[in-house]
Ligand binder design. Sequence first.
Ligand code: ZN
Ligand code: ZN
Length: 391
Amino acid sequence: MVYIPSHRRFALLLARQPVPAALYTSMGLLLLLCLLLPTDSLAEQERAFMDRMQSMGAAMPDKASRPAGLAVTVLGSGGPMAMTDRASAGYVVYRDRVPRILVDGGGGTFERLGEGRIFDLVRMDTWLFTHLHIDHSAEFPAIVKSMYFLRRGYNKRSALTVIGPDAWGDFPSTSEFVDAYFNKDHGIYRYLHHFMQTIKAGELSFETKDLAYDYERVKTPEKILSRDGMSVSYIPVMHGPRQSKTPAVAYRVDYGGQSITFSGDLNSKSGNLVKLAKGSDMLIYDAALGPAQDFDPPEVFHTPPADIGKAATAAGVKTLVLSHFMPPYVPMKIDRILAAVKAEFSGEVILAKDLMTLSAQGNGASSSGDSPQEPQRKGPMQRFRERMQSP
Ligand SMILES: [Zn+2]
Ligand SMILES: [Zn+2]
């Protein structure tokens, strides 16, 4: 007697059975469905995470208030100086209401993530640094630790992709910057590797990419990332006189036919930003607007208001968001700055404020339910002047 292994016998038995064509078709469709739907997907992990948060009675992210498609929340609309109502620069980008990208992360943005209930960070996998000035990068380690804590048990395997400019002058490359914090052997926060394993938050890992910063040589946008239908492009920009050797870049995020361009800090002299922002729905301009713009000669580190308007017009953007306000913040002067911008740009202009959420198409809804508008709080200079003027 010929020995036939049991699995082979089963296969032969199956082969002898007449199987209706309809069954084959439905099995085929089932197989196709299984291939299309990844098991253990990040979406499932995210749901599990949200369920756990809810069961613990935590305040939940208000996903319904986030616009569909491509959208952004302003985490920080301020600059390098501490202000009552503005954190330093930082933005969260959503793909279909899910936070996916951080652009910068200056002082105070950590707190804004919590305040805005933006802690569904299971699928946050990309961090884009426009440059490494402190007001754009200081919260990096704090937010990384928070992300890993929040992910405990979820999305353990994915590395965070960190992208930013290459080294120049006094500035390290972005990969050196990440390494300085988190290298396993010599990073200042190297403890986090063991710590995350101890609390079962998975492997702390990063992929980094250093971008060419020379705005005189790189004159065309380059696509640097493509993920889940989202793409990121960049171009170097000029942030300060050449001798300051400040590597800086601008980014553009595209998704579903919508796009947002983030200028980062820059003057308008290289002309590069306009090329990147061409046809963008929204341009978020880190404008460093403040009274100094009225008194100083044309800025070398930032862009004067009229030139911001000109750049938005040349790029043909629909909505211009002015951000990165500098103290002393004098609302009266904002009118003059706005007038200078609007004299050159006829599209929608929005003054950023912290935790304002905007769809790429500009029809914004702030988290507080207000329409996008200038915060009403008075700055110290205004209070001082009012005191001096009052009898
Ligand atoms: Zn800045
Ligand atoms: Zn800067």
